[in-house]
Design a protein around this ligand. Structure first.
Ligand SMILES: [Zn+2]
Length: 260
């Protein structure tokens, strides 16, 4: 293991913090957890978030920013991989910032039948009219050295973002590759087009293999690097929940969702 095979804290002129690591799973009786990855990039005069999570993470997100000396108002850019609620809803917390999403993804999201999909219909309707909306597109350099790539399948206009560095790149895949199991099986758990997802997995793997030490940051798992072409996690998994299973609010039980 070498230092170049770890999650870098500085790359391409940015300080990088993964504020929230997504979780690779769902509840058996209560559906999707919606625990997705939120990344912070600070540099080149920008304070940018790649994806912003859903309601449950709001307080944690604010606290994580505060721990770095930031208020939500300091964020200059919100960059969304796609329109699903668990990645996109909290754009309203940063409504003063530039809010970037693939224009085609937004147009598609506006056609989602109400109540039937993970698209937060009204949040997307409001975003489509929002003054700081930036309709971006594949191949665009969204921020200095951060380039969007088309990654259709999970949703038609899904984008992944590559922070291009001299020695290595950092690839933010959102739900185009949600977790390690998807990356290894080349199969998406949720895809609107199996063919598109297959092409997207090919593209992601070629980006990942492009430089030794490239880091992949998935939408619902820990970051990973490649060791002998096999994904290896970097960082610590934490998926603990706390529950009131006793008779008082003081007595709580911690349950680690990573224990198998
Ligand atoms: Zn999604």
């Amino acid at each position: 293991m070498t230092a170049s095979h770890e999650m870098p804290s500085i790359a391409s002129g940015y300080m990088i913090d993964i504020l929230v690591h997504g979780y690779p799973g769902r509840s058996v009786c209560h559906g999707s957890l919606g625990w997705s990855t939120i990344a912070l990039l600070r540099g080149h005069g920008r304070v940018a978030l790649i994806d912003v999570g859903a309601f449950g993470v709001r307080n944690i997100l604010i606290k994580k920013l505060q721990a770095l000396g930031l208020q939500p108002e300091d964020v200059t850019d919100v960059i969304l991989t796609h329109s699903h609620y668990d990645h996109a809803i909290n754009w309203t917390l940063f409504s003063h910032a530039n809010i970037s999403i693939n224009g085609d993804e937004l147009d598609w999201a506006l056609t989602a039948p109400w109540g039937r999909t993970p698209v937060p219909e009204l949040y997307m309707e409001a975003l489509a009219k929002w003054v700081t909306l930036q309709r971006i597109q594949p191949q665009q350099e969204v921020l200095p050295q951060l380039r969007a790539h088309a990654a259709p399948g999970h949703t038609p206009g899904h984008l992944i973002f590559v922070l291009e560095g001299q020695d290595r790149d950092i690839i933010f895949t959102g739900d185009a590759a949600k977790n390690r199991a998807e990356l290894l099986s080349l199969t998406a758990d949720m895809s609107l087009s199996v063919g598109d997802s297959a092409g997207t997995f090919d593209h992601i793997w070629s980006l990942w293999r492009h430089k030794p030490g490239n880091v992949l940051v998935p939408g619902h798992d820990l970051p990973m690097v490649l060791d002998a072409d096999m994904p290896r996690y970097v960082g610590e998994r934490d998926g603990t929940i706390t529950a009131w299973l006793g008779d008082t609010l003081e007595k709580t039980t911690e349950i680690n969702l990573y224990v198998t």
